[in-house]
Write a protein that binds this ligand. Structure first.
Ligand code: CDP
Ligand code: CDP
Length: 207
């Protein structure tokens, strides 16, 4: 049974965790939550002048419009509000309820395996070289018509890596029992296949 089966996928910006999460959710019929969208939605409200903790507490599903939230400005603001313990605390219950839904769930973010779902059946920690990640993100933003430079994107990636790894509450790090996938030189299909194989193995043993 896949009831309460949770896959936790963490990693830094543009490591490939979202792509892998979507693909494995589709493969297994699990629900998928991109938890970065929660922090981006709070960041977007803060940029409109709303106080961060109030914004986090008032978040509704309609706020999670993924396309509008994928700008570099919102990403930076998301990383800043994500360092506030009260903002993080306001988002915990929603994420845990999602993880526990019948039929299985995949959550991707920074602290899923360590804080949100420490008992997840499968934990992946997806990494890639920062320059490669910045190249990927630059290509995506350019594709969407967002004006930026590679240098700015690389600086954004470095700044968020440092802030996310350096914060005291729920810093970005691999859980002790996470399996690392380095996508620096991996094709998407190979990274997805590796993740699917790990999940299959856990499902079959029922652990
Ligand atoms: O897609 P990308 O990795 O660039 O960013 P994201 O996953 O949308 O996350 C945006 C920001 O939200 C991150 O830089 C983190 O500061 C924060 N975040 C977090 O603190 N915890 C999570 N579980 C997910 C995101
Ligand atoms: O969710 P996260 O920010 O970790 O990254 P993503 O949105 O899954 O991936 C960022 C970009 O890198 C996307 O355009 C992916 O298609 C690309 N990518 C890649 O080129 N090679 C991989 N092995 C994984 C992702």
């Amino acid at each position: 049974t896949t009831r309460g089966f949770t896959v936790a996928i963490d990693g830094p910006a543009a490591s490939g965790k979202g792509t892998i999460s979507k693909a494995v959710a589709e493969h297994f019929g699990f629900a998928h939550l991109d938890t970065g969208l929660l922090y981006r939605a709070v960041g977007a409200k803060v940029l409109l002048g709303i106080e961060p903790v109030a914004a986090a507490r008032a978040l509704v599903p309609e706020d999670l419009d993924s396309d509008a939230l994928r700008t570099p400005e919102i990403a930076q603001e998301a990383s800043k509000v994500a360092a506030l313990p009260e903002v993080r605390a306001a988002l915990v219950d929603f994420q845990r309820s999602f993880a526990a839904r019948a039929g299985g769930a995949v959550l991707d973010g920074r602290d899923i395996g360590t804080v949100i779902c420490p008992a997840a059946q499968v934990k992946l920690f997806v990494i890639a070289d920062a320059v490669v990640r910045a190249r990927r993100r630059f290509a995506e933003l350019t594709e969407k018509g967002i004006q930026t430079t590679f240098e700015d994107v690389l600086a954004d990636v470095h700044a968020r890596d440092e802030r996310d790894m350096g914060r005291v509450d729920a810093p970005l790090r691999a859980a002790d029992d996470a399996v690392e996938i380095d996508t620096t030189e991996m094709k998407i299909a190979d990274a997805v296949a590796a993740a699917v194989a790990l999940i299959e193995a856990k499902r079959d043993t029922g652990t």
